[in-house]
Design a protein around this ligand. Sequence first.
Ligand code: S3P
Length: 183
Amino acid sequence: MLRTPKFESTQLVKTKNFILIGAMGAGKSTVGRRLAKRLRIQFYDSDKIMEERTGVNIPTVFEYEGESGFRAREEKIISDLCQLEDIVLATGGGAILSKNTRKKLSAAGTVFYLKASVGTLLNRTKNDANRPLLKTNNRRQVVSALLKKREPLYQEAANYIITTDRRTTNWTVNQIIKYVEQI
Ligand code: S3P
């Protein structure tokens, strides 16, 4: 992706970070890890960094600090990670709710939205106990509502949209690499 630099120059610069956004179960962490390996660069997952920094898992952060506390931590972590170069960054599904984060992500690299249908997301998260927002009796309704609210934000933040329904991790990684080769 070519971008106009913020500095005084007419030359275009290439951003080097690969940023993955999308809903819970879209495959950001799995794809991100594999992509980083293929590109031989570092992989970061904002949720994992939060667990490292707090020493507890994500449900515990929600339990003690609520969603707003979680979001404040998430925003800070992503802001810190956006300072790095040559990385693949997988963000939490709700990270794009923050306008500030959306701006930082766009400035920090090429943003790939891994898109998936409600059915796919439900299927991929069905055995998961680590996502507090999915601790509900009506997961379909919750996932649909989250997606409805967030879809425009994912679209707004994305440079590329990749639909991952029925796709393997390798296929998605190859798509991203193909885009990169066109840059
Ligand atoms: C969330 C998504 C999760 C995690 C937290 C909240 C969300 O990340 O950040 O449970 O609001 O969609 P994944 O998208 O990696 O599951």
